[in-house]
Design a protein around this ligand. Structure first.
Ligand code: GLN
Length: 490
């Protein structure tokens, strides 16, 4: 592997400033890496070669003139294909949006550009972000760089796999029920879902609007912190974006965890958890203790309801958000206008043709939960239980700073293994979903490997807007263990 591909964001910035290499050379090294790995990994849905080279040249011009105070200047990044990027295909990994070119930049994409980043391309995902394996992509699955027979996790599987394969430095994904943290765990990288409202979702194709959040993937905590800082902040175009100041997330990463109070929820060591995952998490707890953290057993008593609540609320919101794909306003219209019989027939034929099976399943689940006569029994009740789950966290956070658990109950599974069994697929997110329901920030970082060489992820969840605290804790763990330095056998 080209030695430029080992560098982290700070090292790249220093080298660019010292004129050790140019942003163009770096970008070309990444484009070559993409050519070398993509036939096996398939993390990208589109590679924006010409745009990337021009952005790199623009970065080099800035560096030459000394105008270089941008957090991601010349850094090759990539984004999940549900973030709009002007004049670029944004497919959401759906046949329905196969030809959709976004007319504007998502705020997060605009902020990447403003920060000087070089956007290499758009990354694969489960269709409309519904899935945990990246197998629901209409354009074929992504493969896990650690073992190409296994899934990279999902739905942001391309974002995780590209970072793991070193075919971009950092990436953006989105997380509605675990779609950043679970693939990060599967691919042995860092992935963070910030607090609901931390990053503007303007230009993010919506799945479940009360849960969706954009976040960073990186090979180490500092890179994740830099990317988070670059894209965070209030945006008048997203009414749910929070008007909270954005701190420098890279400050105090050295602060350590001395006397930090870490809560271990007893409900998170669930039946069916892989014993190697449990062992790795228990070892991680011991590492935190050695570093001076106080470990407390806690209870989040409504945890068992999180998955069923999510599978009412998320599909309900999805059924509403996806109503706009009708073959008229958005989506490829099914050919054969004269045979549909009615306008509704044309919508139905286009939706039947455009959406994949999992998306259809979610729309049906959601429409059912919202239908008259069932609304109170399902939707309203789920909202009430969601409140109880939020209250569990609130009570726990009166005595602790961070909640620690495994990210996913099992490591990456084989491609195809859970495809015919939606419930077993849904169980992949059992430990990540509560954090979305409560709107809290959560991070996954590597904490070891199975005997078969697959990465295991550790999850840390914090109080609202306490991204700094969990980054600090994660950085302390990273320094103590160095699991993040391992490279996949690609
Ligand atoms: N796997 C979960 C689902 O399919 C979460 C997806 C996500 O976070 N976007 O709904």
């Amino acid at each position: 592997m080209n030695e430029l591909l080992y560098l982290n964001v700070m090292e790249i910035r220093e080298n660019l400033r010292a004129k050790e290499f140019t942003a163009e050379e770096l970008t070309k090294a990444y484009l070559e890496r993409i050519d070398e790995t993509e036939t096996r990994v398939h993390a990208y849905l589109s590679v924006l070669r010409d745009e990337a080279i021009s952005a790199a040249r623009a970065a080099d011009d800035r560096i030459r003139t000394g105008d270089q105070d941008f957090p991601l200047l010349g850094i090759p990044v990539a984004v999940k294909d549900l973030l709009c990027m002007k004049d670029t295909k944004t497919t959401c990994a759906s046949r329905f949006l196969e030809n959709f070119e976004a007319p504007y930049d998502a705020t997060a994409v605009g902020r990447l550009k403003d920060a000087g980043a070089v956007i290499l391309g758009k990354l694969n995902m489960d269709e409309f972000a519904m899935g945990s394996s990246c197998e629901q992509s209409a354009f074929g699955p992504t493969h896990n760089p650690w073992n190409l027979k296994t899934i990279p996790g999902g739905s942001s599987g391309g974002s995780a796999a590209a970072v793991a394969a070193r075919s971009c430095v950092v990436s953006l994904g989105s997380d509605t029920g675990g779609s950043i943290r679970q693939p990060a765990a599967c691919c042995g990288v860092v992935g963070m879902k910030p607090t609901y409202g931390r990053i503007s979702r303007y230009g993010l194709i919506a799945f479940a609007s009360s849960l969706d959040q954009i976040g960073p993937f990186a090979n180490n905590i500092q890179d994740a912190a830099i990317l988070l800082g670059a894209v965070s902040g209030h945006d008048p175009r997203d009414s749910t974006s929070a008007d909270e100041p954005v701190p420098d997330y890279t400050d105090d990463l050295e602060a350590g965890v001395d006397s930090m109070k870490i809560g271990i929820p007893k409900e998170y060591f669930i039946e069916g958890m892989d014993p190697e995952v449990e062992t790795a998490v228990r070892e991680a707890i011991a590492v935190f203790e050695e570093q001076g953290a106080e470990i407390h057993e806690i209870s989040l008593p409504h945890t068992e309801y999180a998955l069923p609540v999510y599978y009412i609320l998320a599909p309900a919101e999805a059924s509403s958000n996806l109503a706009r794909y009708d073959g008229v306003r958005f989506g490829v219209r099914k050919k054969g206008d004269s045979t549909f019989g009615s306008l509704f027939g044309m919508y139905a034929a286009s939706r039947e043709n455009g959406f994949g099976d999992e998306v259809k399943r979610r729309i049906m689940l959601g429409t059912y939960a919202l239908s008259s006569g069932y609304y109170d029994a399902f939707y309203t009740k789920a909202q009430k239980v969601r409140t109880l789950i939020c209250q569990d966290f609130k009570a726990a956070f009166e005595n602790i700073d961070v909640v620690l658990s495994a990210t996913a109950p099992t490591p990456a599974f084989e491609i195809g293994e859970r495809l015919d069994d939606p419930i077993s697929m849904y169980l992949s997110d059992i430990l990540t979903i509560p954090c979305n329901l409560a709107g809290l920030p959560g991070i996954s970082q590597p904490c070891g490997f199975t005997s078969g060489g697959l990465p295991i992820g550790l999850q840390l969840v914090g109080k609202p807007f306490a991204e700094k605290t969990i980054l600090q804790a994660a950085a302390a763990f990273e320094r103590a263990t160095k699991h993040h330095e391992a490279l996949p056998p690609l």
